[in-house]
Design a protein. Structure first.
Length: 248
């Protein structure tokens, strides 16, 4: 097995290092990078507008990275009377490190769907929900919370930007290195991966690789693109990806 990790830095390099220590051949090709989001200036007042018992959702640890830095600069502390939720363990740990507050998160599948199964999120009439996220994404979370009665505010704390690569050059590089397993952690990256390479590389090589993805929804998207060998990890963090790669 020769593995290509497409998740962003520094998580991509950290996973590659772990795989190499475990005796696997692995390389990184981060497909996106991050910059500060457009709503950071509004974040202190958005948090201040929340009432006791309202909800704050952390979509990723990148949201916390940029939000926490801005709040520190503004001299604003995270409110203690709201309920915090995170998509996964890493986001919850990032919040706790930045604020001292705990966030509830799914312990099995780290997805919006699993989080929305929490019993205390079923009836939200009269509640405000602030979602800290990147540019776009997680529409299911916002839509479902609104359907359940919450007043939802989206706060773009970071932006995802596609990294530029020369597709034909990269196709030759990774085919020559014998890549046959690819780690993909979002639908955006999956579409970017599919579009990056010339059609001949997709047909002869890319779609024959095994994909390691992080949700059933992403697996469905991969099948629609033409992949057939797909493994769904039990989470989006590097620990879960390592477990999935060790089982293949």
């Amino acid at each position: 097995m020769t593995i290509l990790v497409t998740r962003p830095s520094p998580a991509a390099e950290a996973l590659v290092e772990r795989l190499q220590r475990a005796g696997r051949v692995a390389w990184s090709l981060p497909l996106i990078e991050f910059t500060p989001g457009q709503d950071l200036a509004l974040l202190p007042q958005q948090l201040a507008a929340l009432h006791p018992g309202d909800l704050v959702f952390i979509v990723s640890q990148h949201a916390i990275h940029y939000a926490a830095a801005h709040l520190r600069q503004a001299g604003f502390t995270w409110p203690a009377t709201v309920n915090y939720y995170a998509i996964g363990r890493c986001s919850a740990l990032a919040l706790h490190a930045a604020s001292g507050h705990a966030a509830a998160y799914p312990r099995e599948r780290e997805t919006s769907e699993t989080l929305l199964q929490f019993r205390d999120l079923h009836r939200l009439t009269g509640k405000r929900a602030l979602i800290l996220r990147g540019n776009g994404g997680r529409e299911l979370l916002a839509d479902t919370l609104a359907q359940r009665g919450a007043t939802v505010t989206l706060s773009e704390c970071y932006q995802r930007c596609a990294k530029y690569y020369e597709g034909a050059l990269e196709g030759r590089r990774w085919r020559d290195r014998g890549i046959n397993t690819i780690v993909v952690t979002s639908g955006e990256m999956l579409q970017q991966l599919y579009s990056l390479f010339p059609a001949i590389d997709r047909e002869e090589w890319l779609l024959h690789c095994r994909l390691i993805v992080v949700s059933e929804r992403l697996a469905t998207l991969a099948r629609e693109c033409g992949w057939r060998e797909i493994t769904v990890a039990d989470g989006a963090d590097n620990d879960a990806l390592m477990r999935a790669l060790q089982q293949t």
